[in-house]
Design a protein around this ligand. Structure first.
Ligand SMILES: *[C@@H]1O[C@H](CO)[C@@H](O)[C@H](O)[C@H]1NC(C)=O
Ligand SMILES: *[C@@H]1O[C@H](CO)[C@@H](O)[C@H](O)[C@H]1NC(C)=O
Ligand SMILES: *[C@@H]1O[C@H](CO)[C@@H](O)[C@H](O)[C@H]1NC(C)=O
Ligand SMILES: *[C@@H]1O[C@H](CO)[C@@H](O)[C@H](O)[C@H]1NC(C)=O
Length: 358
């Protein structure tokens, strides 16, 4: 069905938006959430250096060196390179990333990265925060950098590898980057250890996964996107995320189970230097049984971010049309404006803190 949909969209190349036929609709859960008016002019504290210190104690203060970075424009700061992060318990079956071929309004978005369980990845590297084990680095002040994730997705490895089972055990985290290193081409902001580029400007991530129930109530799965600078310094340390009053360089919680009291519900939240908002009382359904497919579109042209649960996705397609992307953007969604003058909401910060504590 999808294959023919894409064929039809090709006929209308550059024409009006299509109505996609694969958006999941549920009566009892959110399946489509759109953030509008995302971009803003503002500043965040960019990490410019991270001093390692000397074992056994960090005596350097400050060791996290930052400098104010001003950004502006449509989708800012989510037009910067982003990474996608996952926390188990979860099985990941497929991941694909699509981007406009030349500029944000290109009629074709081509598949730039992809991976399927048990196969080699194309322009996609699995990382975790185990630097010092196999790859990357660890220091007393800065802690663990990124490392290549091992094939069990629990530890570090010396070289990029992929998982044959797609199983991410509860409490473990991985994130994806392109295969281009910061050594080969300079990355924005400070980077150390095993550091690669993310996906900049407009991008669409599509992924199929499940989040099985866990007998350990403390294991709450989540999927989120971060400014790639965050993981290149320290996801859980010195970074530009700016939890708290200063705001930051961009985080989108896509699907996050936040409480053992509501283990079948997942929320979304968005954070930048201009504040925070989210799905509020509306929740996505945690896919505990059958796997689910989600897409997340970061669209510079329309200044919107769209999270959709899909009924299916044809991962063999090497391109999609801009009109299909516009079809998703113009389909019925729960719409949350990311206004210019939001202040951080305490209940959102509460959820945020829970997630970021191990
Ligand atoms: C964007 O790319 C398309 C080709 O995909 C081209 O026709 C168009 O002129 C480009 N627009 C800009 C502003 O560069
Ligand atoms: C990155 O992946 C692409 C596609 O698989 C490949 O052609 C390229 O050689 C890789 N580059 C590096 C630096 O590994
Ligand atoms: C390396 O991994 C082991 C086992 O997971 C862990 O105990 C150790 O703390 C790690 N070392 C560093 C430097 O992170
Ligand atoms: C933003 O909010 C503050 C405090 O509520 C208010 O004083 C200010 O006028 C608002 N600015 C705009 C542009 O609405």
């Amino acid at each position: 069905m999808l294959t023919s949909l894409v064929a039809v969209s090709t006929l209308f190349f550059g024409a009006q938006a299509l109505t996609p036929s694969n958006i999941m609709r549920r009566t009892d859960a959110l399946t489509s959430l759109k953030y509008t008016g995302v971009g803003a002019q503002g500043t965040y504290m960019q990490v410019t250096n991270l001093l390692p210190g000397e074992f056994p104690s960090c005596t350097i203060s400050p060791f996290c060196i930052t400098s104010e970075k001003e950004v502006s424009g449509s989708l800012a700061p989510f037009d910067d390179e982003m990474t996608l992060a996952f926390r188990g318990p979860m099985t990941i079956e497929n991941i694909a990333v699509y981007q406009p071929i030349s500029n944000t309004s290109s009629a074709t978005w081509s598949r730039v990265s992809n991976w399927a369980k048990g196969e080699e990845a194309t322009n996609l590297v699995f990382m975790n925060n185990e630097g010092g084990n196999g790859s990357g680095e660890w220091s007393i002040c800065a802690g663990n950098s990124q490392s290549y994730a091992d094939d069990a997705w629990t530890g570090g490895a010396a070289a990029p590898t992929t998982s044959s089972s797609g199983w991410l055990p509860g409490g473990n985290e991985i994130n994806i980057m392109t295969n281009q290193t910061c050594e080969a081409a300079e990355c924005s902001g400070f980077s150390r250890g095993t550091a690669n580029h993310g996906w900049a400007d407009s991008k669409m991530f599509v992924f199929t996964f499940d989040m099985p129930s866990s007998s350990d109530a403390s294991q709450l799965p989540a999927i989120w996107a971060l400014n790639a600078q965050v993981v290149r310094s320290a996801q859980y340390g010195c970074n530009c995320r700016g939890e708290g009053a200063n705001g930051g360089c961009g985080e989108l919680d896509i699907l996050e189970v936040i409480s053992a009291d509501t283990p079948d519900q997942a929320i979304s939240e968005i954070y930048s230097f201009k504040g925070a908002t989210g799905s509020g009382a509306n929740t996505f359904a945690r896919p505990t049984g059958a796997s689910a497919t989600y897409s997340v579109v970061f669209d510079v042209d329309s200044d919107q971010i769209l999270i959709n649960e899909l009924t299916e996705w044809d991962y063999t397609q090497t391109a999609v049309t801009r009109s299909l992307v516009e079809g998703y953007l113009s389909s019925a969604s729960t719409t949350v404006p990311f206004n210019d003058n939001l202040s951080r909401r305490s209940e959102i910060l509460g959820a945020h803190r829970r997630r970021h504590h191990h």
